[in-house]
Design a binder for this molecule. Structure first.
Ligand code: PNS
Length: 166
């Protein structure tokens, strides 16, 4: 059975992530979407909240499993007996960081291959960080997030805005 892990912060999952998940699900028998910690980011949602949002938006994909892991990706892949990491690649700026991560992961687990799916053109510049920033400034983000998570997203952003104003 061909298994791939698609790791990320998913804070929150965007339509761009969902597009990569759907395409990966057509290529592999099973895709494990794993919510992980990116030490460089301060998350809006907890690991468990992000996992629950992802479960909701991938409910229509029978071969997609959602998990969360707070340790190293290379070790997680080994535990899952998985040799393939899926990543989405957007505009040029992603390349250097992703290349570095692929090298590190392979050093930590030599059996691991990183496979990159290029973003669809409409998601080329989409990121969770940009969506959060748009949300904080009151922009409509409904083109960028799956409809099933819009209510939670708006609620969380409202809490942040109220907290800042208080
Ligand atoms: O969506 P992101 O924030 O670009 O995803 C990055 C992520 C979470 C996949 C990356 O930070 C990661 O793999 N974190 C787990 C810890 C780890 O294995 N770090 C070593 C790779 S440099």
């Amino acid at each position: 059975m061909k298994i791939a892990v698609y790791p990320g912060s998913f804070d929150p999952v965007t339509n761009g992530h969902l597009n990569i998940i759907e395409r990966a699900a057509r290529l592999f028998d099973e895709v494990i979407v794993c919510v992980m910690v990116n030490c460089e980011k301060k998350p809006l949602f907890t690991l468990e909240e992000r996992k629950s949002l992802l479960k909701r938006v991938t409910a229509h994909l029978p071969n997609v499993k959602v998990d969360a892991h707070a340790g190293l990706l290379a070790e997680y892949a080994k535990e899952q007996q998985c040799c393939t990491i899926i990543k989405g690649l957007r505009a040029g700026s992603d390349f250097e960081k992703e290349f570095q991560m692929a090298m590190i992961n392979r050093k930590l687990n030599p059996n691991l291959e990183s496979l990159f799916l290029t973003a669809e053109h409409q998601y080329m510049y989409l990121s969770s960080s940009a969506v959060k920033e748009m949300g904080v400034y009151g922009a409509d983000v409904s083109d960028f997030l799956p409809p099933e998570i819009l209510v939670e997203f708006r609620e969380r952003i409202r809490n942040i805005r109220n907290h800042k104003e208080a």
